[in-house]
Write a protein that binds this ligand. Sequence first.
Ligand code: SF4
Ligand code: SF4
Length: 100
Amino acid sequence: MAYVVAEPCYDCKYTDCVEVCPVDCFYEDEHMLYIHPGECIDCNACVPECPVEAIFAEAEVPAQWKSYTPLNAEKAPVSTQITHKKDSLVGTTSKDCTKK
Ligand code: SF4
Ligand code: SF4
């Protein structure tokens, strides 16, 4: 099992999550972050850090976002590793990234 970044991250990218990951298994493209399922150790540290509640344990990904599980597996290995927080996309896209 692994943890999965789902739709709330898309066009928000707060990136708070990357600071706490003990194995640095977050990767990014221009829209969102992905967790590498072969590297994630299921520690749960990132879940409470995400301001928009985008991260779920694989078994708990909401039904409407199930496609994000294979998407993370597909995208993480070909995306750029991110280990430090940076400016979010809030205000630069049409997405409402209001913090929960
Ligand atoms: S903290 Fe949440 S919104 Fe920000 S990059 Fe991580 S998963 Fe995406
Ligand atoms: S569950 Fe732990 S190891 Fe997996 S992405 Fe989150 S912080 Fe990293």
